[in-house]
Each structure stands twice: as C-alpha cells, then as structure tokens.
Write a new protein. Structure first.
Length: 572
C-alpha cells in the first residue's frame, strides 16, 4: 500500500482548490476537501490497522498497446493533422442541429429536422471512406447506424455511440457568447474550439468518425464488427432516436449480443501533484417525472378561499424542498472507486480524509465520517441520494378569477440503491399530508388514495420513468481491454514526455442519463467515457453560454477511439 504521510496542515493547497474545483469532464464531481479535517477531524482509527498485505485497491493498469498503430503518433503530435481535424470538427459545430424538449416525430414533420439533413450531407462529404466502406442505415429517418463488418462473425460487435443533436441556444443569450454559438471558431492562442456541441457531444461524434476514417486510410481490417450508433434527440430523452436504434439492433442481433458499448460520459481529472485519474462511468442514476395537479373550485377573486389551488401547490412544493431525500452512501457506489484511487495515489488529499476513505470497508466509523463528508459537499451529495427538482408549474389564467387548476412537475434522479416506486411512495407521503391538511382528495393512477371532497382532488401521475442503470463490470477481460487502452493513450501518448505523471483508472457514477438507457438488453458492458482532460472552464459551459473544448482534448478522444477499435477487435 502507498505510504500516506501525515501533514501539519490537512488542508490542500489553494492552487489545488482553484484548479480542481471542477466537473470531471461530463460528470459532476468535486474534491472540495479543504474543510474536511476542520469539520470532521481526523479519524481515530489511524492507518496502522491497514494491512500492508492488502496492497493498493487502485493499482496501475498495464497499457494495452494496439497491434495496429500506424496513425497513433500522427493523431497526437502532427500539427497539420490537428489543424485539419479541428477544421472538420468546427464544420460539424456550424450546423445547428437543435432539438427542443417537445418535438415532432420525423414522419409527422420531417421539415423540423432540415438541419439534420444538412448535417448528414456534411458527414458524407467530410468522411468519404467511412461512407464508402461502412454500411449506413437511417433509422426513423434521422438516426445514423454505421456498420463496419468484421472478418470474424463469432465475435460480438462493438457499439460506439454519440448523439447528433445539441441543446438549443437561448436567443436572448446570443450576444453573451465570446464567439457566435454556431461559429465553431478555433482560437489558436488558447487552443479552444467554441460553439454549441463542442463538448456535448459533437466532439465525440466526430472523434469516432475521424478515427474510423484514419483506420480505413491506414488499411486496417477489423476482426470484430464495429457499429457507430448516432441518435438525434438525446437532449430530450432519445425516444425518437436512440430508442429506435436500440430496438433495431436488438431485432438484428438479439439480446446480450454486443461485446461492449461506449458512449459520452466521464473523462480524465488531474491533481496538482501529478496524479491523473480517468473515470469511465459504469452506472447511472434512475429518473422519474411526476406531475401534481390540484383540481379545485373557481370563482371571483374578490371572495377568495383561505387557500387557492396555487397556495396548496406552493405548500406541497415547500414540503418537497424542505424534506430532501437522505443520503445513503454504500461502498458499492462507483464513486468509491474514484475516491479510493484518489486517496491511495494523490498527495493533495488531507491525511484524515485518506484514512476514512481507505478504512471505510473495515471501519464503520470511517464509513460514517466519509458519508457525512460526501453528504455535506454539493458536488458529491447528489451522487449518494435521490434528488427532487420542481421544474415546471402552471396555474391561473386571469387576475380576477380563482385558479381552478394548478399543476407542477417534479423531476427526480434516483439513487442507485433506490427505485421508481420507492421514490413515488416518498412523494405520496407528503402529498397525502397536504391533501388532508387542506381537505382535498388524493388520487394516483386513477385510483383514489383519499376520497374526493367538495374542494377537489390532488392528482398524481408519472409522466416518464427509468430505473437506475445496471452497474457494468469494472473487472474482467472486457474492462481490462477498455482500461488498458485508456492507460496506453495517456501514459504512452498524451503524457509520454512527462515523467512526473502517475496515471490511474477508476469508475464513476453519472447523475444524468445518456442514450445508453435504451441499450441495456444488448450487453452488460456499458461504459460512458470521453478520453479528454478538459479544464475548470469547460464543464461550466455545457448546456450554457460559451460552450468550448480544447483542441488537444479532441485529439486524445480520437486517439482513444482509434486504439480501442483495434484492441477490442483483437480481443477474444
């Protein structure tokens, strides 16, 4: 085990705090550790009870060097390739493939998707070898399915994913952008590429096609079939795109027919002391939208009741917001692997926190201290609990008329140890209390839980739901191929000329949901990862003003896809 030295000051350096208070690229995380020892104190268990025979739980992974690597150095180190690759990436950003939350099916309004046709034409012109040698099928008109047939039919196909759509740009914020949101502007001085979709996720989409284009140019022939599946409405749930694509794949190949799936997700985070951790996401929280409709009585506003339907709704909303779900940290949560990796290898973490992380499996006190710390930190607490967010509210139509109906929607992200039903029941507890308090009935799914009264009824309904994702393996040959490829890309590529870097790989948890939600039946090996480091400025702009990414981070993503296709293609 790595020896952990105590320090007179358990607080990490200010440079650490300023540089590391950032989102793990594509994943919310924060090592906000400065107050740990002050608030919680050092664990009294010490490190002496840790057996040296255990060894590090986050050991170094051996790099998996691809047997075919003709363009690996070109991707990472050739100035001309970088310039040309960024130009192709920029062109993809310039096409505004925006999709609103409420959008028509392609069959109902194909003109709504006119920019996707433009995007498809751009991809065909930009990646000619991909479109010449791979089979392209359009699923539900705008979903793109590229199939690169392998020479060995006995090998399960590999699926690479991304999405074509981007979050719409609020027209009111257009002038707030450093560069126009669909300019794809490349600032050579800062190495930033600007525009909507730069980091979510036309970077990944073009990296996948870029890598395959290079492999074809280099003369690579895959043993394993490689599939690229590109949805077109991920930002609004994926029901038109990914859902149809996944169904098509399952009908063609059958359940449990895919080797592995890689989609957008986690990235690479750095510590000031030279420790670097890549964190592929192997689990996602669940999801449920629940609407609450207070059906009451109308009338003239000059003769109001004690509480209008808006007032009743407001009280219920207050109940929800004042009674959040309690954190429930367990050691099988994928974030614990990331914490363990950080504790074993980074000197930036206070010794007291190191102790509690490393001793948590054997010390209930250390586990409780760690859980208390995670629950207190905004960037960690939502990874260990179910969350509620009141996102939509409607009520009333006129100033002098009492609102007969008020409704609101609550979005929940469900803890990996919970369920849709458990979340619903927790909400219904408060809905029941409010209904009794104000003399209303209560119904769920057209069934009365409390009888209707003369005042009315509070109706509860689930709009859409998703159970927490299955946790994908973080050991075994398929994981080893993924992790070994990541190790090689960074250890022998990105950081090849830096002796002070120590590179490790862990898992992580995602609070949001990707298009992989529809692919669970195809394989248990689902990973969400973009091989990019990013910096503290990048995550703040995702889905917001000034979205951008560094050119060098786009190159590392291409290098990963190139090598992973080869390594997975050779794996048995």
């Amino acid at each position: 085990m790595v020896r952990l030295e105590d320090s007179k000051d358990d607080k990490p350096s200010q440079s650490f705090l300023s540089r590391h208070k950032k989102l793990l690229f594509g994943v919310g995380t924060l090592l906000a550790l400065e107050s740990y020892s002050v608030i919680y104190g050092a664990s009294h268990d010490g490190l002496s009870n840790l057996s040296p025979m255990e060894g590090p739980r986050c050991g170094k992974i051996e790099p998996l060097v691809p047997s075919f690597n003709k363009s690996v150095d070109l991707i990472l180190h050739d100035a001309r390739f970088k310039e040309e690759s960024i130009e192709r990436f920029s062109g993809a950003i310039q096409i505004p493939t925006e999709v609103e939350d409420i959008h028509p099916a392609p069959a109902d309004d194909p003109d709504y998707y006119e920019h996707f046709r433009e995007f498809h034409n751009y991809l065909a012109q930009t990646y000619p070898l991909v479109h010449k040698h791979l089979k392209l099928e359009k699923i539900n008109q705008f979903g793109l399915l590229y199939t690169w047939e392998g020479s060995n039919d006995d090998l399960k196909p590999l699926v690479l994913m991304a999405h074509q759509d981007v979050v719409p740009v609020n027209k009111k914020t257009w002038n707030d952008w450093e560069y126009p949101p669909f300019s794809g502007f490349y600032d050579r001085e800062t190495d930033y590429i600007w525009g909507r979709g730069a980091s979510d996720c036309k970077n990944l989409l073009t990296a996948e096609l870029e890598a395959i284009e290079l492999l074809l140019k280099d003369g690579y022939t895959p043993d394993r079939t490689t599939i690229v599946s590109l949805g077109f409405d991920e930002e609004s749930g994926g029901r038109q795109g990914a859902q149809h694509l996944a169904k098509f794949l399952e009908e063609r190949y059958g359940p449990d027919s895919i080797y592995a799936i890689v989609d957008e997700g986690g990235g690479v985070t750095t510590f000031d002391d030279g420790t670097v951790i890549a964190a592929p996401v192997n689990a996602e929280k669940g999801y449920v939208d629940i609407t609450y409709t207070i059906n009451g009585r109308g009338g003239h506003s000059s003769i109001p009741p004690a509480h209008t339907t808006i007032g009743v709704a407001a009280d219920l909303i207050s109940k929800f917001e004042n009674h959040p779900f309690k954190p429930a940290f367990e050691l099988d949560n994928p974030i614990y692997e990331f914490l363990t990796c950080s504790a074993e290898h980074s000197k930036d973490i206070p010794p007291s926190l190191k102790r509690d992380i490393l001793k948590a499996p054997k010390s209930q006190k250390s586990k409780e201290q760690l859980a208390k710390f995670l629950a207190s930190e905004k960037s960690y607490r939502d990874l260990i609990r179910t969350t509620r967010a009141v996102d939509i509210i409607n009520g009333g139509i006129k100033a002098n008329a009492l609102p007969e109906v008020t409704s609101f929607l609550v979005n929940h992200r469900i803890d990996i140890h919970s369920s849709v039903n458990e979340t619903l029941q927790a909400d219904l507890k408060y809905a029941r209390k409010i209904a009794k308090k104000y003399g209303y009935g209560l119904s769920y799914n057209n069934e009365y839980l409390l009888p209707e009264t003369e005042l009315g009824t509070i109706e509860v309904a689930i709009v859409q739901s998703l159970e927490p994702a299955p946790v994908s393996p973080s050991s075994g040959p398929i994981w080893d191929t993924l992790a070994g490829t990541i190790q090689n890309v960074f250890e022998n590529g990105v950081f090849a000329d830096r002796d002070n870097i120590r590179f490790y790989i862990s898992t992580y948890l995602m609070t949001g949901n990707t298009d992989t939600r529809y692919y669970w039946t195809l394989t248990k090996n689902v990973y969400r990862f973009i091989a990019s480091i990013g910096d503290e400025t990048v995550p703040k702009t995702i889905h917001s003003v000034n979205e951008h990414i560094k050119g060098e981070d786009h190159l590392s993503a291409i290098a990963f896809v190139y090598q992973y296709i080869v390594n997975a293609g050779n794996a048995r």
